[in-house]
Design a protein around this ligand. Structure first.
Ligand code: DAT
Ligand code: MG
Length: 150
């Protein structure tokens, strides 16, 4: 089923110059980029985005980390893309993430795990609406689609 997910390159990914590498992995896989923007997340938005983690010991450091510099937010579209993007990202703790995954290849610690991706269709819908207006999400045809989907 064609679906959409929300992916964000976190401030460490941007500052380490890994944005191109990360975007390239999704593009090469055949996933469509429907929206992309660079922004600095304000504390209020960070709190709403990570509301499920409020009260946990790592919540405050997490907010500090995610608001510490520019992030790159994306809406990605493709067949089963919510699950596929999570698999491509690897486990939350990069030390448990398989080689070949973004975190497994490019990161060392949970608090510097360089990328976020929605974990379910409910999260994807909520997070896309939190970060993007409808008019920022573009519809267009990719001419390689018949060679990605049969
Ligand atoms: P994910 O980003 O893989 O969806 P999550 O939603 O459980 O993971 O947590 C959100 C972020 O919070 C995660 O990317 C890094 C941070 N985090 C999670 N668990 C943590 C922990 N035990 N210690 C420190 N930071 C943690
Ligand atoms: Mg999560």
């Amino acid at each position: 089923m064609i679906e959409r997910t929300f992916v964000m390159i976190k401030p460490d990914g941007v500052k380490r110059g890994l944005a191109g590498e990360i975007v390239s992995r999704f593009e090469s896989r055949g996933i469509k980029i429907c929206a992309m923007k660079m922004m600095r997340i304000q504390k209020e938005l960070a709190e709403r985005h990570y509301a499920e983690h409020k009260g946990k010991s790592f919540f405050d450091p997490l907010l500090g980390y995610i608001t510490s510099g520019p992030v790159i937010c994306m809406v990605l579209e493709g067949d089963n893309v919510i699950s596929i993007a999570r698999t491509m990202m690897g486990r939350t703790n990069p030390q448990d993430a398989d080689p070949g995954t973004i975190r497994g290849d490019l990161a060392m610690q949970t608090g510097r795990n360089i990328i976020h991706g929605s974990d379910s269709s409910e999260s994807a819908k909520r997070e896309i609406e939190l970060f993007f207006n409808d008019y920022e999400i573009l519809k267009y045809d990719k001419p390689d689609e018949p060679w990605i989907y049969e």
